[in-house]
Design a protein around this ligand. Structure first.
Ligand SMILES: [Zn+2]
Ligand SMILES: [Zn+2]
Length: 177
């Protein structure tokens, strides 16, 4: 859905829409949408800026950063966003500015796609580090086994492979004495 400033200048748009999984490009390989994305939004033109406010809800699948198993997280987010025409500001200033609880973004040409706005909001809702559960034991650094489900034998063998060359060096040195 394209939000056109010429149409928004006539009347504000009230949007209620469902995006099935796979219809929005999130520009991320870190997660995927597993439930339809439900969105309610109001879009209007306010002093030359596009204001989009509303709510979105979906569920996404990510990978636990410790054990690499998949984790499903709920994304439920309210937003109130302002977009300025990109032509009014210098190219290098095209960064997202934060002022209190509103964010300012930019649009090119006649408007912007709602899907792009939603993709950005979902990306912002993703936690920096996802863990399947607080006591996730992760993978064994030696054999790669998932320690949540199995015990590996690596803990019994105490030698750290990184110290092996040092141990050899010490051995050679003591032989020379
Ligand atoms: Zn985990
Ligand atoms: Zn192991």
């Amino acid at each position: 859905m394209f939000l056109d400033i010429k149409e928004l200048a006539v009347r504000k748009a009230r949007i209620q829409k469902t995006y099935p999984a796979g219809t929005i490009d999130f520009h991320s390989s870190e997660f995927r949408q597993v439930d339809p994305l439900e969105v309610r939004a109001t879009a209007e033109l306010l002093d030359g800026q596009i204001r989009i406010s509303g709510h979105l809800h979906t569920r996404i699948e990510l990978v636990c950063s410790r054990c690499l198993e998949t984790v499903v997280e709920e994304v439920s987010r309210d937003y109130d966003l302002f977009y300025q025409p990109a032509t009014t500001i210098a190219q290098e200033e095209k960064v997202h500015l934060k002022s209190d609880d509103t964010e300012i973004g930019f649009f090119q040409g006649d408007g912007l796609f709602l899907a792009d706005v939603l993709a950005e909001q979902v990306n912002l809702a993703i936690p920096m580090k996802v863990i399947c559960r607080s006591d996730c034991r992760g993978l064994c650094p030696h054999c790669g086994m998932n320690l949540n489900s199995e015990e590996c034998r690596c803990e019994i063998q105490k030698t750290d492979p990184r110290l092996a060359p040092l141990a050899r060096f010490k051995q050679d040195w003591s032989k020379k004495q």
